[in-house]
Design a protein around this ligand. Structure first.
Ligand code: AMP
Ligand code: GLY
Length: 426
């Protein structure tokens, strides 16, 4: 079958790599894709939220399965667009309806959903500009630090952790006055949780689900988790501190009640659920939901998945995941992101990437790249992901570090400590 992947990052390259290896895949299209996906299928230059252009492509190329990578088209309603279109409604599309995508698209929606279903999360209240006085009063009685979250999508920048009341007051006023545009018209004021973060993932058909491997990502730009937040500078899977007892808590207290909630509320959800979790004194809490896979988490989860991904995706569409099983490679995967110097601030693009042919024992997933004049050049902040597998975390780390050095481009930056914090647990 002909398959279309929507998106252009390392996540989409990893999905493309896995999907291309399925015997069910006879033609692969990626919109818009990058220099890496171009080696696996046909890149089509379409904006992921231009639904009419996607429709034209699906019809013209006889696409029989669509996999949506990023959140923006899901929050904008791509699955509903398909469901409401005569020519598209029978074509399997992986990703929830706009209502389901609100689990990521609205922090307020997600918090209320968790409350309705008894899912552990930080205490909170939501406020709008018209109840600023009440919001300030709430802050005054709140312990510090406190977390302020723009309700809507704010390109990963809408969460602020404030250490003092003064800082929180200033930020709150700015957010409610449009610091993040419409995304911060509502602000969630949330209890600060102190603990270690990790992520869990499920693929659901809206009723049953299969659980994918857990992962830990490294969000800060600097080694030792310092400096500015980024989209993610690396990831590791499995996560050594997650034992069977914790996995069971995550399953029974978080994953199952979430899927049951989706089912009970009749939310049309055929796709991935990403659980951003935090472990506080041995107990898991939800920090956030995402309605898609993570990036760079996908680049360590997908290489560990031994089952045929296309079969799982079709089972999610048909509603037969209850009889699906998944096989996972026991080995460790470590992904290191190679970023453009200056990221997540301003950075230069158009640098020629060299050394890709000399990579040995790692998979390279492209993120911010394109082909220009026969060369791979940089086009984004996160440029490439170097993923390696190893019988131990140490072995996987070593391979990724060697290949992170092998690849060259002007201004290249990467963290050398991805996974290091988990080594003492090995
Ligand atoms: P989010 O966009 O909701 O994932 O938040 C971004 C980051 O802010 C998370 O990965 C956490 O590191 C941090 N964060 C969010 N909510 C909380 C919280 N309630 N307590 C502590 N840290 C938080
Ligand atoms: N790595 C975090 C995310 O994909 O949202």
């Amino acid at each position: 079958m002909n398959i279309l992947i929507i998106g252009s990052g390392g996540r989409e390259h990893a999905l493309a790599d896995k999907i291309a290896s399925s015997t069910h895949c006879t033609g692969l299209f990626i919109a818009p894709g990058n220099a890496g996906t171009a080696l696996l299928g046909k890149n089509i230059s379409i904006d992921p939220i231009d639904f009419e252009a996607i429709k034209a492509l699906v019809v013209a190329e006889n696409i029989e399965l669509v996999v949506v990578g990023p959140e923006a088209p899901l929050v904008a309603g791509i699955s509903d667009f398909f469901a409401g279109d005569e020519a598209l409604k029978s074509i399997p599309i992986i990703g929830p309806s706009a209502e389901g995508a609100q689990l990521e698209g609205s922090k307020d929606f997600a918090k209320k959903f968790m409350q309705r279903h008894g899912i552990p999360t930080a205490s909170y209240r939501s406020f709008r500009q018209d109840n600023l006085a009440e919001a300030l009063a709430y802050l005054h009685n709140h312990a510090m630090p406190v977390v302020l979250k723009a309700d809507g999508l704010a390109a990963g920048k809408g969460v602020l952790i404030c250490n003092t009341l003064e800082e929180a007051e200033t930020e709150l006023k700015e957010m409610l006055s449009g610091k993040f545009g419409a995304a911060s018209a509502t602000v969630v004021i949330e209890q600060f949780l102190k603990g270690i973060e990790f992520s869990a993932f499920a693929l659901t058909d809206g009723n049953a689900y299969v659980q994918l491997p857990e992962a830990k990502d490294y969000k800060r730009i600097g080694e030792g988790d310092t400096g500015l937040n980024t989209g993610g500078m690396g990831a590791v899977s499995p996560v050594s501190f997650i034992d069977e007892a914790l996995r069971e808590k995550v399953r029974t207290r978080i994953v199952e009640p979430t899927i049951k909630g989706i089912w009970e509320e009749k939310i049309n959800y055929k796709g991935f659920v990403f659980f951003g979790l935090i472990l506080v004194e041995g107990e898991p809490y939800v920090i956030e939901y995402n309605c898609r896979l993570g990036d760079p988490e996908t680049e360590v989860i997908i290489p560990r998945l031994q089952s045929d991904l296309v079969e799982l995706l079709l089972a999610a569409w048909k509603g037969t995941l209850s009889i699906s099983t998944i096989n996972i490679d026991e080995r460790s995967a470590v992904a290191i992101i190679l970023a453009s110097g200056g990221y997540p601030g301003t950075f230069e693009k158009g640098k020629i990437v060299k050394g890709l042919d000399h990579v040995d024992s790692s998979r390279i997933y492209h993120a911010g790249t394109t082909i220009y004049d026969g060369s791979v050049i940089t086009t984004g902040g996160r440029v490439l992901t170097v993923t390696s597998m190893g019988s131990t975390l140490t072995r996987a780390m070593e391979k990724s570090l060697v290949n992170a050095e092998t690849i060259q481009f002007e201004g290249k930056y990467f963290r050398r400590d991805i996974g290091k914090d988990l080594l003492n647990e090995e």
